[in-house]
Design a protein around this ligand. Structure first.
Ligand code: ADP
Ligand code: ZN
Length: 435
């Protein structure tokens, strides 16, 4: 299903012509209205008029989170304050929050792009969508909310929290779609089972999950436990919020970035140099249509790949792979680069393991030490003896060692003993800089 066939199936050459026109216009707007960009263009020795092809993008300055922070709160806005109709702020997962502003047109476009996402996930005007992303300054809740309305479906504005009530209302209202973080979807399943409500038996059909990294194995787990199709959605507040990219139901293989609005690149995070298609690196996004706080070559810090091969769904827009980590999430353990998702991918392949884990890094006698705590399932807990557990821990340690070449301590913990989150799960605790 497609919300906007003309745009989503625009032939590549027309798409690129549109991107170039919008990029040129963006550069003019930024140079004229945002002091940071005027200065950055001048320092690079380029003028907006120098942008003659998409290749010229590589000559233009980057934008980093620190630029938004140093302009806190409104320094990067490109329009007069009277034309801003809404503010949001990033959830501050990695430091001080950054503030973003939207014009009427931005809010409209956002709703439209979110509608494209829901539609790509197989949802339509007849659906009831249970929105459990947090409402408030976080972009998740309101972003999805307006998308559902734009699509003409029915939104149930739950926000996070009160998990028992969430499951009860899912049953009572007969929601057919759900939007939340993947970890919260797993949690709702657990809460439902406690309440005697098996989500599998409800009309729920589709879940649109994002805002935190997850794996293919977790998709399998969610799809089986909840009896739904689970699809990946990507976004970040600096660039807009949810709805920057979305997986299609047909392929379930990578998220289409809506390229008529966002121009993506992959760069080497260390050197800033663009990488050829297919390579893994940091995702950089230029917002082509945003008015309130348009960004040129924004460094997302998210590590992924871009796939330009045609998709079976017919969309011409490029697909981004799962986020395998954030460049600032990357843990360096005794010199080895490790992303938490790599550990997760290994854990969830094992039977008897629940997809709940924590990673703690500490420094013992000047050496980095990583402990992975992972929950076992109820079945495993009921049946097993200590010897078997130890054996199991050893096997997981070996699997991690074989795959990542680092030695870690794996500790199996009882079912449901790790903290659950209602929004983004915090799974990594780096205590090396604590005294
Ligand atoms: P914060 O940076 O404070 O978490 P946001 O709330 O805007 O701010 O979150 C955006 C970030 O969430 C992205 O940069 C990315 O790291 C993560 N994210 C969003 N969607 C996904 C997804 N589908 N898979 C993995 N990570 C995601
Ligand atoms: Zn597709």
């Amino acid at each position: 299903m497609m919300f906007d066939i003309d745009k989503e199936m625009l032939p590549r050459d027309e798409l690129e012509a549109l991107q170039l026109k919008r990029l040129q216009n963006l550069c003019e707007r930024l140079y004229a209205n945002v002091p940071y960009y005027r200065q950055a263009f001048d320092e690079c020795g380029v003028k907006p008029g120098d942008v003659r092809s998409l290749k010229d993008l590589a000559r233009l300055p980057f934008t980093e989170k620190q630029h938004l922070r140093s302009g806190y709160p409104f320094g990067m806005f490109a329009v007069p304050r009277e034309t801003i109709v809404r503010l949001h702020a990033s959830s501050g997962t990695t430091g001080r929050a950054t503030v973003v502003g939207y014009t009427k047109r931005d809010v409209h476009n956002w709703g439209e792009l979110m509608a494209r996402c829901l539609c790509a996930a197989g949802l339509g005007p007849a659906d009831f969508i249970h929105n459990a992303y947090g409402y408030g300054l976080f972009t998740g809740g309101l972003g999805v909310h307006y998308g559902v309305e734009h699509l003409g479906a029915t939104v149930i504005p739950m926000s996070g929290g009160s998990s028992k009530r969430q499951v009860q209302l899912m049953r009572d209202f007969g929601a057919t779609g759900i939007t939340c973080t993947p970890s919260y979807a797993m949690y709702l399943h657990e809460v439902g089972m406690d309440e005697g409500i098996d989500i599998r038996d409800l009309p729920l059909r589709v879940g649109v999950f994002g805002a935190e990294p997850w794996t293919e194995e977790m998709r399998q787990e969610i799809e089986t436990k909840l009896g739904i199709d689970a699809l990946n959605i990507y976004g970040l507040s600096e660039v807009m919020g949810p709805g920057v990219a979305q997986e299609c139901l047909e392929a379930k293989c990578g998220m289409h970035i809506f390229e008529d609005h966002f121009l993506p690149e992959i760069i080497d995070p260390a050197t800033g140099r663009p990488l050829p298609p297919g390579e893994t690196g940091e995702l950089v996004i230029t917002t082509l249509t945003k008015e309130g706080i348009p960004l040129l070559r924004y460094r997302t810090r998210d590590i992924t790949t871009l796939d330009y091969t045609p998709c079976i769904c017919g969309r011409t827009h490029v697909r981004m792979g799962r986020i395998i980590g954030r460049s600032d999430d990357m843990l360096i353990i005794r010199g080895v680069n490790v992303y938490p998702q790599q550990i997760e991918a290994i854990l969830v392949q094992e039977e008897g393991i629940a997809p709940h884990y924590e990673i703690e890094v500490s420094r013992l006698e000047n050496l980095d030490h990583m402990e992975v705590r992972v929950e076992i399932t109820e079945g495993m807990f009921a049946s097993d003896e200590v010897r078997v557990m130890l054996e199991y821990e050893r096997r997981l340690q070996k699997a991690i060692k074989d795959f990542l070449n680092i030695t870690v301590k794996v500790r199996l913990v009882q079912p449901r003993s790790l903290q659950r989150s209602e929004g983004k799960a915090q799974r990594v605790f780096d205590r090396r800089n604590e005294s």
